[in-house]
Design a protein. Structure first.
Length: 153
């Protein structure tokens, strides 16, 4: 009877999620710090603040996910770095679009600015988290082809 290795998908998603909580702290913490220090309602400044916060979180994400979550397939080569940057830019686009879009929608309500920004940021973080996980797993640190070949041997 052949011995099958446990699937990495659920464990990877859990590890990615734990690292994601740390990234969320960096992301939302940085955004709120910038809003406290340099309050603004200007859309371009909000976009800049969100970009700075997201960039700090994505750098943290690369380090920990390459070291822990996708260690088996993370080679640290230029191809993976470039693909990680590309997925980071795509996820940043998702984050910025959702952040600004939800902020605009909530602006129609009487939700206070600080709460509106944080609700929008939470939605942006969740959707960019999902997009990022699947891009990292299947494009940046993909190992599914090698895994199937190694399991047959």
């Amino acid at each position: 009877m052949a011995h099958h290795k446990p699937k990495r998908g659920p464990l990877q998603f859990l590890q990615f999620g734990v690292i994601g909580f740390a990234n969320a702290g960096i992301d939302i913490g940085t955004l709120n710090l910038l809003l406290i220090l340099f309050h603004t309602d200007d859309r371009m400044m909000l976009l800049l603040y969100n970009t700075i916060a997201y960039t700090l979180a994505i750098v943290n994400s690369y380090y920990w996910n390459a070291s822990i979550t996708f260690k088996r397939s993370a080679k640290g080569n230029n191809r993976q770095r470039i693909l990680f940057i590309v997925q980071g830019l795509i996820s940043l686009g998702v984050s910025n679009l959702v952040f600004l879009g939800v902020n605009e929608l909530l602006q129609l309500t009487s939700v206070p600015n600080w709460l509106r920004y944080n609700i929008a940021k939470g939605m942006a973080m969740f959707l960019s988290f999902l997009a990022s996980f699947f891009m990292i797993k299947y494009f940046v640190f993909k190992d599914f082809g090698k895994r199937f070949i190694n399991e047959k041997n």
